[in-house]
Design a protein around this ligand. Structure first.
Ligand SMILES: Cc1cc2nc3c(=O)[nH]c(=O)nc-3n(C[C@H](O)[C@H](O)[C@H](O)COP(=O)(O)OP(=O)(O)OC[C@H]3O[C@@H](n4cnc5c(N)ncnc54)[C@H](O)[C@@H]3O)c2cc1C
Length: 419
């Protein structure tokens, strides 16, 4: 039997991870990416231990260690700098692999270089925007245009097609034409990066505030840390009533300091100058907190969805890209045994992933593990000292552990998998 060959629409983080995972198992695949040139865009993301275990399997650990920060802890504070909850993360928490905080562009380039080295320069074909597909017999044909959608780029035929084309997925729109725009949370995010002196131990992630006004920050570049500085990724989050224009989800939309910095004027965290963080930003982007509803079905014949195309989620819990990495590894793992029946394999992939990820989408709508911040806000009567004691430690711990279990990165589940 000849090994099935695939088409991946979308050369983002998940499309490239899938290509590497399939290549590692001996399968051929080509990636078709809409943009004419892949550039290192975006700001910070987190790679949680379950996805780092997979990326280690793909031989990417040394490159990640070179550029990313090994996250040591995650803390939640109120806006006056009082601690709510702190937990160790990654190696510090006893996992076998680190949790990484990394610039999305740095991660994208690591993946792109690995794809070019391992699969060849011609494995990724840019300026090819997926437009539609036709399935006939045991083959599927994908049709492409240039990035503008105006010039035809012809078609390619293969054994299966994966849509890893992001939150505004074209393939998803074909399956669900009436879905409409993404679901808007009512929260606007201004995302930026600033180089400053380190806060806490220079490797920590924190969140402060509550659902109406929040700051999330973490350093993302090892190179800056080695120089005694921190290249800090930050997200200023403010509740803004629903506005159709804000739902568009353009990752490149520029943000303005005056739209949010003033709201944080009274904030005093003690160990971080929040106004300096904002005012010295190297870049600011504005992006609404949006997701998409869990889907009833991902796989149709020889075609399926993956990553944000299948399950775009709010960033609470820092889980989006990690879940996409797990999709890719699950798919490639199934290919080893089931590649003689692609429609069935695509169903098995969906069965392994869809419900699990759907539950995470819904948990993130309830603010995921960040729920502890709202719990304290509701309960605290102002009598707590440097650390909040108004919500019992065991209750806070249960929130943290329950989310890790749901997302599959609690230590117990991970050690069972590696056993
Ligand atoms: C420019 C950009 C910046 C981002 N910045 C951040 C950030 O700062 N923080 C964060 O948490 N997340 C960011 N994200 C989203 C993050 O990358 C995803 O949430 C996550 O990594 C899941 O990866 P994915 O591969 O499913 O989607 P993505 O990483 O979004 O990749 C989708 C890819 O598909 C391509 N594509 C889209 N339509 C088509 C089509 N019709 N045919 C072919 N290719 C197509 C896109 O150009 C893109 O390369 C960003 C995404 C993009 C595209």
């Amino acid at each position: 039997m000849t090994k099935p060959e695939g088409i991946i629409a979308g050369g983002g983080l998940v499309g490239l991870t899938l290509a590497l995972a399939l290549h590692a198992k001996g399968f051929k695949v080509k990636i078709y990416e809409s943009v004419p040139e892949i550039k290192p865009l975006g700001v910070g993301i987190n790679l949680l231990p379950h996805s780092v275990t997979s990326l280690t399997e793909l031989g990417l650990l040394p490159e990640l260690e070179k550029v990313a920060i090994k996250t040591s802890s995650l803390s939640y504070f109120t806006d006056d700098g009082k601690l709510i909850w702190r937990e160790d993360r990654g190696l510090k928490a006893g996992y076998d692999v680190p949790q990484f905080s990394i610039h999305r562009g740095d991660f994208h380039m690591i993946l792109l270089n690995a794809v070019k080295e391992r699969l060849g320069e011609d494995a990724i074909i840019s300026d090819h925007r997926f437009d539609r597909f036709e399935e006939e017999g045991d083959k599927v044909t994908a049709f492409f245009t240039d990035h503008s959608g105006e010039i035809s780029r012809g078609s390619v035929t293969a054994d299966y097609l994966i849509g890893a084309d992001g939150i505004n997925s074209r393939l998803r729109k074909i399956f669900y034409p009436d879905e409409g725009p993404p679901h808007y949370s009512g929260q606007m995010l201004w995302r930026g990066v600033t180089e400053m002196d380190p806060f806490l131990d220079g490797q920590s992630m924190f969140m402060a505030g509550h659902n109406d006004l929040k700051l999330v920050a973490y350093p993302i570049r090892e190179e800056a840390r080695a120089r005694g500085k921190s290249y800090i990724n930050w997200i200023a989050e403010r509740r803004i009533p629903s506005d159709l224009n804000e739902r568009q989800g353009d990752w490149n939309h520029e943000g303005k300091l005056e739209d949010f910095a003033g709201d944080f004027e009274d904030w005093d965290l003690g160990w971080l100058d929040v106004q300096a963080l904002y005012k010295n930003a190297l870049s600011i982007h504005k992006f609404p907190m949006i997701d998409r509803n869990p889907l009833p079905k991902w796989s149709f014949g020889r075609v399926t969805l993956m990553g944000d195309a299948a399950h775009a989620m709010y960033p609470n819990g820092s889980n989006g890209v990690s879940q996409g990495v797990l999709d890719a590894m699950t798919f490639a793992g199934l290919m080893v045994d089931g590649a003689d029946d692609m429609p069935k394999l695509l169903q098995d992939y969906e069965e392994a992933r869809r419900d699990k990820v759907g539950r995470i989408i819904l948990a993130n709508r309830e603010t995921g593990p960040e729920r502890v911040m709202e719990m304290v806000r509701e309960k605290c009567e102002g009598g707590c000292g440097d650390k909040h004691e108004c919500v019992e430690e065991s209750v806070l711990e249960e929130v943290a552990t329950a989310y890790k279990r749901l997302a599959g990165f609690d230590k117990e589940s991970l050690s069972k998998k590696s056993a």
